[in-house]
Structures are given as structure tokens and as C-alpha cells.
Design a protein around this ligand. Structure first.
Ligand SMILES: Cc1ncc(COP(=O)(O)O)c(C=O)c1O
Length: 399
């Protein structure tokens, strides 16, 4: 018989505090945090959220698997995404890290070595650890450039081979999250190809901001972040797969013995609501901005020139090729020493001017991005930095 007894589970929990959660950084502010700039939704995506905000909202017409859904046009979107990324097959995931894990867990065997660059993101390490792989590092250049050295991959392959250690995968961070260096993926891909190892390109900071083509870069797989660089609501991502080596795609897309349409690595289905929907509605916007990447590169180079002239030092490769920029800022540090607000003066002065996304209290160095800002906004940001420095100098009698 059905249990109709009334329960009181959870009724003593005060849930009022969850009812009106406000975003700490106001939406109207200019957000300079590099992880945020490529995930800002265009208006068309914001509007569609109202249609799709229920739980499994994209699954109304599912015939068995997420990537095959025709209404909304997920299947078509994934085919178009493959075209856009120069790949053959694309699957939705929950983010770049999940895409990396899928590859590591399916293409490699436990105990294999994955060779990654010295700028690799922590998510590459945790994905490898979870897949029970060993990690080997291809060192990068020292301070202040930190550029990836493609030849180091060759060296590491040869060393591991000499030591009889099994290599399962080469992984390259296309654009790293500390310096915004754009690695020479094509060269690393060529090394992987010549040596016969699969090559995974972590495109969390590249695909969706700048042109990325798996075939042209000799990449077998692209790990793409929807919320970081494809104007998607988090969490979402894509895994783009080249089908040149069918052995790999067979392993990655292996289906369950019991639930025969469900792909194991996707645990059947991945992104099942708003996130995948926003990837689709933002696609036109993403295509347009990728085709305007040259303007973004010009923008960041201009910012660096302007801010180096007032005492900032840009860290990373020169010339700069990506919007994520790291600065050492000794002048801010000097002002902080004298200002009564100490290290918080910079954050507070920026906030007054409607600018956010720079870490609170950071004055020695910080990362920023102006990706997608208008020219007017870019100038406003740079002028605000200059004004804050000038005022700080004057008020504290610094030269
Ligand atoms: C270089 C790089 N790779 C991967 C990630 C993780 O991306 P996701 O959140 O989509 O897993 C980040 C996040 O900051 C990153 O900077």
C-alpha cells in the first residue's frame, strides 16, 4: 500500500536566504575577469532562457540520446559545430575538463603517460589523475615569457620511450589561463602525428574566441568550454573529435551493453537543459566574433602599450596574441603601501567606476581581459586605470 504519511523533512531549514540570491558583481559592471568575458550571453540567448528554464527542457522530444535530439535542433547544431571546428563528430559535455576526462578515460589505458605542457591547467591534472594516468611535463620557457616549446614534447616522448614507459596521449593547452600565450598547436600536433600518438588540444580559452580548426592544427580532439569561450550558460562544453583514426572514435563513443544507444563516456546524456540551449542560440554571435578576432588582438596590444607606458609590465609572449593578459603592477603596489585602504584601494577605485573582475586586494600582479568590449568601453577602462594611478601618485606624493 502507498505510504501517505505526512513528513516534515527539511521544514526546519531556513530557505528564505536562497530565494533572492543576487549576483555580487552587478551585471551592468564591466567585468574584466578573463574567465568571464567569453561566457557573456548575447541578448538572443538571454531571451530563450525563459522558454527553457525547466529541468530537462531540451528532452521533450528525445528519442533516446541527447546528441540525436532534433527539437530543439541539437543534432544539427553538433553537425554545424563539427564543421566550425574542422572536426567530424561533436558531443556536448559539461565543460572542457569533462571533455578532457572523456578522452583520457577512453583513449588511454590506466598507467599510461599523458604528456602535457608546463602551462597545463589544474583540470588537466585532475582529469588525468581520475583516469589513473601518469603525468609527464614538457617544460615551457622561463619568466617572463612562459612560452610552450613544441620540441620539448619530442624530447619527452623519446625519453619515455627509452625508459619503456607507455605513452597514451599528448595534451596541449592551446591558450593557457595564466599568461594567455597561444601555443603552436600545429607543431605539437605534427610531432604527435609523426610519433603516432593521439593529440588532445585544450581549447578552453581559444575555441569560440579565436579561429580553431582541428584538422589544420593536427589535433585529434578539441576540449571546448561553453561557459568560458562559447557564450554558454555554465556548465557546458563540447568535445570535437576527428574521425581520421576510427579506433579512437570507437573507443570514445562506445555504447552500453545494456542500454544500447547510450554512450558510456557521456553517462548516456550530458547537458540536458539551458546550458546546451544557450550554446545553440549563441552560435551566430560566436561565429561573428571569431571572424573578428584580429580586432581583439589589436585591442589587447593597444591596452598593453597604454598600460606599460604608465608602469605596468606585461608578462607572457610578445607580440601578444590573445585577450587574456597578465600584468605585473609595481606602481599599484607602491600606492597600496601608502594608501589607507592598503591593497584594496585599486579594487575599490575600479568599483566606483563600474569596473569589476580584478581580484580584490591584488596589487602586485593581476590578469584581465577586454574581450568583446566596445572601443569606447576599452578606452574607458584604460583611462580609469590611468586616472587611478595618477590620483594615487598625487595623493601619496609619489613620483
Ligand atoms: C586553460 C584552461 N583549461 C580548462 C579550464 C576549465 O574549463 P571548464 O570549466 O570548461 O572545465 C580552464 C578554466 O579556467 C582553463 O583556464
Amino acid at each position: 500500500m502507498e505510504n501517505t504519511e505526512k513528513t516534515t523533512i527539511g521544514t526546519d531549514i531556513n530557505t528564505d536566504k536562497y530565494k533572492n540570491i543576487k549576483r555580487h558583481l552587478e551585471r551592468e559592471m564591466i567585468n574584466l575577469n578573463p574567465i568571464q568575458r567569453g561566457g557573456i550571453l548575447p541578448t538572443e540567448s538571454k531571451k530563450v532562457i525563459y522558454e527553457y528554464w525547466d529541468g530537462y527542457s531540451v528532452c521533450d522530444y528525445c528519442a533516446g540520446r541527447l546528441d540525436q535530439v532534433e527539437t530543439p535542433p541539437i543534432h544539427e547544431y553538433l553537425e554545424d559545430a563539427s564543421k566550425f571546428f574542422g572536426a567530424d563528430i561533436t558531443r556536448p559535455t559539461h565543460g572542457a575538463r569533462e571533455s578532457k576526462y572523456v578522452i583520457m578515460n577512453s583513449v588511454c589505458k590506466p598507467g599510461d603517460y599523458v604528456i602535457m605542457d608546463g602551462n597545463a591547467h589544474y583540470t588537466s591534472f585532475v582529469a588525468a589523475e581520475r583516469a589513473k594516468l601518469n603525468i609527464d611535463i614538457a617544460l615551457v620557457e622561463d619568466y617572463p615569457t612562459y612560452r610552450v616549446i613544441p620540441e620539448k614534447y619530442k624530447e619527452r616522448i623519446e625519453t619515455l620511450e627509452d625508459e619503456g614507459k607507455p605513452i597514451g596521449l599528448l595534451l596541449l593547452t592551446h591558450v593557457d589561463g595564466n599568461y594567455g600565450n597561444v601555443a603552436d598547436a600545429k607543431k605539437v600536433g605534427k610531432i604527435a602525428k609523426d610519433k603516432g600518438y593521439p593529440f588532445l588540444l585544450n581549447c578552453a580559452y581559444s575555441a569560440g574566441r579565436m579561429p580553431v580548426n582541428a584538422e589544420a592544427l593536427n589535433a585529434d580532439f578539441l576540449a571546448i568550454s561553453g561557459h568560458k569561450s562559447m557564450s554558454g550558460s555554465g556548465p557546458c562544453g563540447l568535445l570535437a573529435i576527428s574521425n581520421k583514426n576510427e579506433e579512437y572514435s570507437k573507443q570514445i563513443l562506445k555504447t552500453s551493453k545494456k542500454n544500447i544507444v547510450k554512450e558510456l563516456e557521456m553517462l548516456g546524456c550530458t547537458s540536458r537543459g539551458i546550458p546546451i540551449l544557450t550554446l545553440m542560440t549563441s552560435f551566430a554571435h560566436v561565429i561573428e566574433r571569431v571572424n573578428n578576432w584580429d580586432k581583439e588582438v589589436k585591442r589587447v596590444r593597444w591596452i598593453i602599450d597604454e598600460l606599460e607606458a604608465v608602469g605596468f609590465k606585461h608578462i607572457g609572449e610578445k607580440p601578444k596574441n590573445h585577450d587574456l593578459t597578465k600584468f605585473e603592477t609595481p606602481i599599484l603596489d607602491e600606492i597600496a603601501e601608502h594608501d589607507k585602504r592598503k591593497g584594496y584601494f585599486f579594487y575599490e577605485e575600479l568599483k566606483k567606476r563600474g569596473i569589476g573582475g580584478i581580484r580584490r586586494g591584488a596589487t602586485k600582479e593581476f590578469k584581465m581581459s577586454a574581450f568583446g568590449l566596445t572601443d569606447e568601453q576599452t578606452k574607458y577602462v584604460v583611462d580609469s586605470f590611468k586616472e587611478i594611478i595618477e590620483n594615487g601618485r598625487k595623493e601619496n606624493n609619489l613620483n
